[in-house]
Design a protein around this ligand. Structure first.
Ligand SMILES: Nc1ncnc2c1ncn2[C@@H]1O[C@H](COP(=O)(O)OP(=O)(O)OP(=O)(O)O)[C@@H](O)[C@H]1O
Ligand SMILES: [Mg+2]
Length: 187
């Protein structure tokens, strides 16, 4: 059976279904035709077009500006697109959608790293904590140097890869520095 695809990205697994009813979209680990792994974040425009489109445009502008200037502690941005071709995402048919393709960070969120440490009873060493902290600061300094603010920094938006490299993700709330804050920020 052919895997389900988003444009020409084959879906390997669902990382996050942003809403159980497929109301907004989802985040998927995918494979390109060249078998490179990427993450594709989909915004469903069928149900709440105005809201979904605004969120998509804001995230594209922010992640595009930040992620096109590579830094090892910030998730890279590859492309965005809008399509009107039906696809099946987690049992929901989506007719009109936008997506952002980005670097796939194969690892765990910092939240899961900390939960895992708590569950196993083996706390992180102070060297590990310092390492993560310094990398988050380096990523944030890069974002700020590009004239942007992330505005949703939390453990779920920091992913640690297999080598222990920290990467900042999720630019859905980001804005230009100095711009008046649009609505409530972060969660
Ligand atoms: N590039 C990536 N590589 C690996 N995992 C990712 C990547 N992007 C997202 N994820 C995983 O998917 C989860 C959800 O993604 P993301 O944080 O972008 O969306 P969200 O927080 O659900 O949506 P919103 O934009 O509304 O805040 C992350 O917490 C992370 O576990
Ligand atoms: Mg997030």
């Amino acid at each position: 059976m052919n895997p389900i695809s988003i444009a020409d990205y084959d879906i390997l697994s669902t990382l996050e279904q942003l809403d159980p009813k497929g109301y907004i979209g989802g985040v998927y680990l995918c494979s390109t035709p060249e078998r490179k792994r990427v993450v594709v974040k989909v915004f469903n425009f069928d149900r709440v077009p105005a809201f979904a489109r605004e969120a998509f445009v804001a995230e594209v502008l922010a992640h595009g500006r930040i992620g096109c200037s590579p830094h090892k502690n910030v998730c890279q941005f590859f492309e965005y697109y809008e399509l009107t071709k039906p696809i099946l995402l987690n049992d929901v048919t989506v007719n009109h959608y936008g997506y952002i393709a980005m670097e796939a960070i194969e690892g765990s969120t910092l939240l899961d790293v900390l939960l895992q440490a708590a569950e196993s009873g083996v706390p992180l060493s102070s060297a590990q904590i310092e390492g993560y902290f310094n990398q988050v600061l380096a990523g944030l300094a890069h974002i700020h140097s590009l004239g942007m603010a992330h505005l949703d920094m939390k453990l779920e938006n920091i992913v640690v890869d297999a080598e222990g490299t920290v990467k900042i993700i999720d630019f859905g709330h980001s804005q230009r520095l100095g711009e008046e804050l649009a609505g409530q920020k972060g969660t």
